[in-house]
Design a binder for this molecule. Structure first.
Ligand code: AMP
Ligand code: ZN
Ligand code: FE
Ligand code: FE
Length: 288
């Protein structure tokens, strides 16, 4: 769905990635695209880093677009990979920044090991990929960067094929990266004055949606919301989860998970209302 400008008034896209992590557009370009779509605002939620906030905030402010700072944290709970969105934590929380630093260091070590495994079967300039943090300011190296390198090298037609054929966890080149425990991450986010939201809990790439029992446990730990409206969520799974989420009094959010050219997800294709953003802001240390 492409939003008309009038349909975007009062709407916020609360999950976007820039080239500070694995998106392909800069934080400022996301602000510009949000402005052009007529969105009221957006959150930047790069993986395991707050590095893009200053640029996004500056660009958004200049355009009169409302900016909410965020992060998408790499976590695990009950043997499952869980992405946790954190809105509005204090950027200078040393405990939070220490954890983010550890996650990024682990991503770096994992990148070195994955390159070692990929090198023989897919000869190309892997050193250029490992230089991305210095040359292009990439803070969070991830599999999408490997996918792009494989596509540029002519091995696969697009990111998704590269993921399926060479980068899947079941494949020989995959190396896991560090995960925070989800409940500990929720505590860390709350302690830093942030609002934790469970990302894409019913994404179709998962074998099964997050179980209601897990959502209850996370809610006991301080979870504030669940991203029920996400382009990759399966509608039938969402139908089952919605009464659980609403029964627990959790906030329901909507967002696109925009990655620029890196994924088909379109900026603003799923959104949250101004009321939802206002409720998040009531509970956070860095509302803008
Ligand atoms: P990583 O955290 O480095 O293991 O990589 C996970 C990231 O890759 C997430 O941001 C996903 O959105 C992205 N991703 C996973 N599968 C695909 C795919 N098939 N095509 C493009 N991006 C993907
Ligand atoms: Zn991503
Ligand atoms: Fe995610
Ligand atoms: Fe994401």
């Amino acid at each position: 769905m492409v939003l008309s400008s009038s349909g975007a008034v009062g709407r916020y896209d609360l999950h976007t990635h820039s080239n500070v992590s694995d998106g392909t557009t800069s934080p400022a370009q996301i602000a510009e695209a949000a402005y052009e779509l007529g969105l009221s605002g957006f959150a930047l939620t790069d993986h395991d880093t707050t590095e893009g906030w200053v640029e996004a905030r500056e660009a958004a402010t200049g355009l009169g677009v409302d900016f909410l700072p965020g992060i998408e944290l790499t976590t695990t709970h009950d043997w499952r990979s869980i992405h946790l969105l954190a809105y509005g934590p204090r950027e200078d929380s040393s405990k939070l920044q220490d954890a983010l630093g550890e996650l990024r260091d682990s991503r770096w070590n994992r990148a070195v090991e994955m390159v070692r495994r990929l090198r023989n079967d897919f000869p190309l300039d892997w050193d250029a990929l490992l230089a991305l943090p210095e040359t292009d300011g990439v803070q969070s190296l991830g599999r999408p960067h490997f996918a792009d390198a494989l596509v540029a090298g002519g091995y696969f037609p697009d990111r998704s094929t590269a993921f399926a054929r060479a980068l899947a966890p079941s494949g020989p080149y995959y190396v896991p990266t560090m995960y925070l425990d989800t409940v500990e991450a929720i505590g860390l986010v709350r302690e830093a004055g942030g609002f934790p939201v469970l990302a894409h809990p019913a994404a179709r790439r998962m074998r099964r949606p997050i179980e209601p029992e897990r959502i209850r446990e996370l809610t006991d730990g301080g979870l504030g919301g669940v991203e029920l409206d996400h382009p990759e969520n399966r509608e039938d799974w969402v139908r089952d989860l919605r009464p659980v989420v609403e029964g627990l009094g959790l906030l329901v959010t909507g967002a696109s998970d925009f990655h620029g050219e890196g994924k088909p997800n379109l900026l603003g294709e799923r959104t949250s209302s101004a009321e939802v953003v206002a409720r998040i802001r009531e509970e956070v240390a860095s509302p803008r």
